[in-house]
Design a protein around this ligand. Structure first.
Ligand code: FES
Length: 127
């Protein structure tokens, strides 16, 4: 990892209360000299964030911008080939990458502000 990738800068991505259960918000982080897209989700009142990179072939999960949840808000779905992810953990529970997990993005909440940091781990194909 480059020194820039280890830098502990954080990015303001949302405000507390901005997302309801089953809603998502895309944001961009600058990690290791590259812009990487990520998604913040509210699932059953808890916030989670992942890189917007499917574990099947490493492309964005959404075809329709910012549409990640299944209709019933139970799972995150990759629009490309249907990989189905558990929102709480990012684990792919069905589809071509079953058993793999979305890259978790660390979140910090300070007051009403939600910040994200670059993940420590990189995919084999980079950010
Ligand atoms: S790229 Fe996500 S399932 Fe194929």
């Amino acid at each position: 990892m480059t020194p820039a990738g280890k830098r502990k800068t954080r990015t303001l991505v949302a405000q507390v209360g901005e997302l309801a259960h089953g809603e998502s918000k895309k944001f961009t982080l600058r990690c290791g000299g590259a812009n990487v897209e990520a998604l913040l989700i509210n699932y059953e009142g808890a916030l989670h964030a992942y890189l917007n990179r499917c574990r099947h072939i490493g492309i964005s999960l959404d075809w329709v911008d910012n549409q990640f949840f299944s209709e019933d808000k139970r799972f995150l779905i990759c629009a490309n080939h249907g990989a189905t992810y558990e929102p709480k953990t990012g684990e792919c529970v069905w589809g071509p990458c079953a058993g793999a997990s979305l890259q978790d993005v660390p979140l910090e909440i300070e007051g009403r502000k939600i910040f994200a940091r670059c993940p420590e781990v990189r995919f084999e194909n980079g950010f």
